[in-house]
Design a protein around this ligand. Structure first.
Ligand code: NAP
Length: 308
């Protein structure tokens, strides 16, 4: 099997017994050959060409919950199983989402820059005034595992919770007091809008010039989902014009390149796609990916298949 070489340190030797592994570095192209399984990072595209070049492949065990780097239709046509790593990264990603909410609302990176610049002249009543969370509205665009975990952290901050999802979440509503609304109401009502939808043809570019103008003036946009959801140039413009108050982003359309206008825009907190980056979580992700391969190769059903 082919396994991303960058996962080596996160896997115990005992998890790899009886597996014949070829380690594949992120900078190496996907090879042609007789491998029966591949465990790619989310940065590796596995599409029609790659699948054709691996004719014996039974499984693509993606080491991420998002699987927009895999052509699932092409895989299905070739009867190749696709799996992901849901659940284990939910809490770590929800924590990082909150790090971005607090960092943008309270202008943390601007404060750090001011202190480090040596130009801070001391406490001032109107210095770096941010957004008070209590009484404000947090909108969750997508309320699956991560969206709900973000929402469950909201009540102690005194935030009102709104969410948009295809299906109602009664248990989540009971637990948090969240209210399900349509996308239009979510855009118009949220002081902080946090995106938790997968990247798909339906969600691509859903935050664009038009939807941004429907957001409240001064609102904060958070994205720890996938970069494809946002038209980055439109977001940069909304920040330049002061229509949006701030943006906290962990993901981008064309990683690791960030749109130059977005990079230069004011009031952003930009992170390098570290939503799930805790040691425990990354170990669990690697373990699930390999366990999926072991299950499929021994004729059992995959543990966490991707359903379309
Ligand atoms: P999930 O449990 O599948 O939740 C996805 C949510 O999106 C659900 O509420 C679903 O609605 C909604 N949804 C899906 N397609 C939609 C559509 N076309 N229109 C409207 N709503 C739609 O996924 P998750 O585990 O929370 O993960 C969410 C995403 O986070 C992943 O896809 C991944 O890309 C991203 N992620 C990023 C990081 C990072 O490092 N920054 C880490 C982990 C995950 P229903 O519930 O009604 O079906």
């Amino acid at each position: 099997m082919l396994v991303a070489a960058e996962l080596k340190n996160l896997l115990e030797p005992s998890q790899l017994t009886d597996l014949d592994i070829t380690w594949l570095g992120a900078d190496q192209p996907t090879p042609r050959g007789e491998w029966v399984a591949i465990v790619p990072l989310l940065t590796r595209w596995v599409g029609g060409t790659e699948l054709k070049n691996l004719p014996k492949l039974s499984i693509v065990a993606n080491c991420a919950v998002g699987y927009n780097n895999v052509d699932v239709v092409a895989a299905e046509m070739r009867k190749v199983i696709v799996t992901n790593t849901p659940g284990v990264l939910t809490e770590a990603t929800a924590d990082l989402t909150w790090a971005l909410i607090l960092a943008t609302a309270r202008r943390l990176t601007e404060g750090v820059d001011l202190v480090r610049s040596g130009t801070w002249t001391g406490w001032q009543p109107e210095q770096l005034l941010g957004l008070e969370l209590r009484g404000r509205t947090l909108g969750l665009f997508g309320a699956g595992r991560i969206g709900q975990a973000v929402g469950r952290r909201a009540p102690p901050f005194g935030l009102r919770l709104l969410y948009t999802a295809r299906t109602p979440k009664p248990e989540f509503e009971r637990e948090t007091g969240a209210l399900r609304v349509d996308a239009s109401e979510l855009l118009g009502e949220s002081d902080i809008l946090s995106l938790h939808l997968p990247a798909s043809p339906e969600t691509k570019g859903m935050i664009n010039g038009e939807t941004l103008t429907r957001m409240k003036r001064g609102a904060i946009l958070i994205n720890t989902s996938r970069g494809d959801l946002i038209r980055e140039e439109a977001l940069a413009q909304a920040l330049e014009l002061g229509h949006l108050g701030a943006a906290g982003l962990d993901v981008y359309t064309n990683e690791p390149t960030i749109h130059p206008r977005l990079l230069a825009a004011p009031r952003t907190v930009l992170l390098p796609h570290i939503g799930s980056a805790t040691e425990e979580t990354r170990r669990k992700m690697a373990a699930i990916a390999v366990a999926n391969v072991q299950a499929v190769l021994s004729g059992k059903p995959p543990l966490t298949p991707v359903f379309r």
